[in-house]
Design a protein around this ligand. Structure first.
Ligand SMILES: [Zn+2]
Ligand SMILES: [Zn+2]
Length: 345
């Protein structure tokens, strides 16, 4: 496939819109890869959309965030490879419990493996559940956790634990560096785009030496450094932040603002209106106004609110307007979040 000129690699969409179960698909364009943040019901999403998923990041195991597990498992079961799943401490027990609900006597020659990583305060603890071993839980290892739970050449995923009376994990996906191809430079050099552009980008991201030969056509090798300087525009990567199911407390607000800082898109829950603030606090959720204030203070470039409570059916527009009024500063009910402002109640 010819990698076209593109502004950003990450593309995110809520599989069930703003009102259905949380499930945010983050696709990496031209890479054939995807991440899924939260695993609410996904039965309306076609299999071919879900198959590129290589890792799932679960906020917490309340049903609306985790009941899509069975569907994903069924889709991946007969395939080779490993699906990774991340979540707060205790998520491996939840996975184990789900797997224990089925009979696995005919999967001995299946190559599918599920690697589950629990994000603890200071470490990542991983277990493996292999279809060939009837999904018995096997320890894989432990690694220190410094805020980043997943990292590869293209992107990193940060995790921040929030208080939802249990831990609800918030995530931010960040592209390491964005490499744009300059089409006019390509034309000026008289060379044709092709899969070699992906190889060039990968080599640049790996910080391969400048004299690394890149084959741009059969037998035609050019040094990486020259191609990079001529053809690529190197800009900071895109960032997508995701926050659901959390109390509006000073500690949570500080963590959310840090995680969502300068995000290109900030997906934030806004189940309740400010008028129902008491109800929101009792249920350890944010209001739309609070979501807007968090996005404003984090200087997120775009706010996407979702996870609306069905009690507002027919009035969902009010949740969006309240969040955006606060986000754009047309109404400031949560001034305490501003740096130097009074502390959050
Ligand atoms: Zn919840
Ligand atoms: Zn929820």
């Amino acid at each position: 496939m010819v990698p076209p000129v593109t502004k950003s690699t990450l593309r995110a969409r809520l599989l069930n819109g703003q009102t259905g179960d949380p499930a945010l698909l983050v696709s990496l364009r031209w890479q054939g890869r995807a991440l899924l943040i939260d695993l609410g019901r996904i039965d309306r999403t076609p299999g071919h959309v879900l198959l590129p998923i290589e890792a799932v990041f679960v906020s917490h195991a309340h049903m609306d965030h985790f009941m899509g597990f069975d569907q994903l498992l069924r889709l991946f079961l007969a395939r080779e490879g490993t699906l990774r799943l991340y979540g707060p401490a205790g998520i491996a027990d939840c996975v184990q419990g789900k797997l224990a609900g089925y009979t696995w006597n005919l999967t001995d020659d299946y190559a599918f493996t599920l690697d589950v990583t629990e994000i603890h305060e200071r470490e990542l603890v991983t277990w493996r559940f292999a279809a060939a071993h009837r999904f018995e839980r096997e320890p894989v290892g432990r690694a220190p956790f410094d805020g980043v739970c997943f990292a590869d050449e293209i992107l990193t995923v940060e995790a921040a634990p929030l208080d939802h009376k249990i831990t609800s994990m918030a995530y931010a996906v960040t592209e390491r560096t964005h490499l744009n191809v300059r089409p006019e430079a390509l034309a000026a050099l008289g060379i044709r785009p092709g899969p070699w552009l992906n190889r060039l980008k990968q080599a640049v991201r790996r910080h391969a030496p400048d004299d690394t030969p890149i084959e741009i056509a059969p037998g035609d090798h050019r040094p990486l450094g020259a191609l990079r300087d001529e053809l690529l525009l190197v800009t900071p990567g895109q960032k997508i932040a995701y926050v659901v199911d959390t109390l509006f407390s000073p500690a949570n607000a500080a963590r959310i603002v840090r995680l969502a800082r300068d995000a290109d898109v900030f997906y934030c829950e806004s189940p309740f209106l400010d008028a129902d603030l008491d109800q929101a606090s009792r249920r350890y959720h944010l209001t739309a106004g609070q979501a807007g204030a968090l996005a404003r203070v984090a200087r997120a470039k775009r706010l996407q609110v979702f996870h609306f409570s069905p009690r507002y059916e027919g009035r969902y527009g009010e949740l969006v307007s309240e969040a955006h009024a606060e986000y754009h500063g047309q109404q400031v009910r949560y001034a305490e979040l501003e740096p130097g402002g009074p502390s959050v109640p």
